[in-house]
Design a protein around this ligand. Structure first.
Ligand SMILES: *[C@@H]1O[C@H](CO)[C@@H](O)[C@H](O)[C@H]1NC(C)=O
Ligand SMILES: [Zn+2]
Length: 468
């Protein structure tokens, strides 16, 4: 038995080795390095952008502005730079359409990036090193310098192919998204410059997808930040009595934990996606009387406070949430008070739910979906973004806005160590944007070849014009 088995082991291990090398060969094929000279040029422009450090907390936006202005000039776009807040420029490019009466398309991205913990990076975060597999490591490679450059590269290609957009295409690069966009997108979208653009459709950031389907976001959860303060009788740490601050607050923590669990369970069971539930997390707790070595141990404190980061889904019942806060989480009857540090709306400026339709009722959606498919992509079920992006400033004005960062089979690494994007995936995304732009601004020509597109009033564009 033993001698018979040996060759089998040997053969199967040879087979495994063969299979492994075959797999590795295919992986090489899928990754597809090396790049063609043209692809290398495109990728190196992306790397150049990534190498310009725009990291918080004190980003210098001028070098990146200079770089982008050069890109716009090379491509042949109209360029405008506005500092709504000094030191925080918004860069706006325009490709004039042939029909200025049509609502335009705005492609937005932010130029800033979040801080890094250097010690955890295997390549320097602002070197944009590409490894043998084609993975480009850099802060901002996913969030979202990729998208900004893909917009420009898609336009560059369409221009070179002789495509003439019917409606104008604007590309905005805004600062400060990572700190709430107050000095960036909020100012820009609130400006007369923006109004003049007559924007009918906005694209902004989404998230990488870990499978083969692109993710797309049609709404966002809104931020409710609040804290609960408990007042109670102080007393000796040994005594049992009612009305102590920490005990009253504990009842709230339990109630909030129950709510958190019931929402989380819906995600775990697959009943709902993460953006469709309301999340709440206890982010700080303060109580007790500090001493140089710790806390006073034999006194029950007379005050305690707990802070919460809650993200409210636009699908949530707001009245019910408010009632929970008033009656269960922070009732006055338990000597509790609460205060909001931020309480976002889920509705737009017109009182409608700030949600972009992702069905046939929205002609932009139909064009978007068709374009992604034409580029060979497939879309996952549209999602609600878990956190906030600049997209909300456009949605608040009732403008259809989709969050889309074309990255498939890519680990979600935004704000994480070793953020990277594969060069081939980056290049593929450019092709997707080419289709989207042709679809949004073309004449309804279905050939897919930009050089075949004619100017003039196309059927699809007319439909959008009248329906919006
Ligand atoms: C709230 O405070 C009042 C006044 O100190 C006290 O009489 C009451 O027992 C407290 N209630 C609770 C539930 O702690
Ligand atoms: Zn971002």
């Amino acid at each position: 038995m033993v001698p018979l088995q040996r060759p089998r082991v040997c053969c199967s291990s040879i087979l495994a080795l063969l299979l492994l090398s075959l797999l590795m060969f295919f992986e090489q094929l899928v990754v597809g390095l090396p790049l063609s000279p043209k692809e290398e040029e495109v990728v190196s422009r992306f790397q150049e952008y990534l190498r310009i450090d725009t990291v918080h907390p004190s980003p210098n936006y001028y070098p990146v502005t200079e770089f982008l202005i050069i890109q716009g000039k090379q491509i042949g776009l109209d360029t405008k730079v506005v500092e709504y807040v000094q030191g925080k420029p918004v860069i706006l490019f325009t490709w004039q359409g042939t029909d200025s009466s049509l609502p335009s398309v705005l492609l937005n991205s932010h130029t800033d990036v979040v801080p890094v913990e250097l010690a955890h990076w295997k390549h320097p975060p602002f070197a944009a090193k590409m490894d043998e597999a084609g993975d480009i490591f850099a802060r901002g490679s996913q969030d979202m310098k990729c998208v900004g450059m893909q917009y420009l590269e898609a336009i560059r290609n369409l221009m070179a192919a002789g495509f003439k957009p019917q409606r104008s295409i604007h590309v905005s690069f805004v600062p400060e998204e990572e700190v709430g966009g107050v000095d960036g997108a909020k100012k820009f979208y609130g400006s007369s410059d923006f109004k003049e653009l007559n924007v009918g459709m906005v694209l902004d950031e989404g998230l990488a997808s870990e499978d083969g389907n692109y993710r797309v976001f049609y709404a966002e959860r809104t931020v409710w930040w609040f804290y609960i303060t408990a007042q109670g009788h102080p007393g000796h740490g040994s005594r049992l009595f009612d009305g102590m601050a920490l005990e009253n607050l504990r009842i709230s923590l339990d109630a909030i934990a129950d709510f958190r669990k019931s929402e989380f369970d819906k995600v775990k069971s697959g009943e709902k996606a993460e953006g469709e539930v309301t999340s709440v997390n206890n982010v700080y707790l303060t109580a007790g009387r500090p001493t140089p070595t710790g806390f006073v141990m034999n006194v029950q404190p007379s005050q305690a406070e707990a802070g919460f980061d809650m993200r409210v889904s636009p699908l949530a019942d707001l009245d019910a949430l408010q009632k929970l806060l008033d009656e269960e989480w922070a009732p006055a009857s338990r000597n509790l008070t609460y205060r909001f540090l931020q309480k976002g709306k889920v509705t737009d400026d017109f009182g409608n739910l700030a949600v972009t339709a992702v069905d046939d009722s929205n002609p932009w959606w139909v064009l978007f979906k068709r374009a992604v498919e034409k580029a060979g992509g497939t879309l996952a079920k549209p999602e609600i973004f878990m956190a906030a992006t600049d997209g909300r400033y456009a949605r608040n004005q009732g403008i259809p806005t989709l969050g889309f960062s074309p990255m498939t089979n890519t680990q979600v690494l935004l704000h994480d160590h070793n953020e990277f994007l594969n060069a081939k995936e980056y290049l593929k995304g450019i092709k997707v944007y080419e289709q989207i732009l042709m679809s949004f601004t073309g004449t309804g020509d279905e050939s897919g070849d930009p050089s075949n597109s004619k100017t003039g009033s196309g059927e699809l564009s007319e439909t959008i014009h009248t329906e919006l």
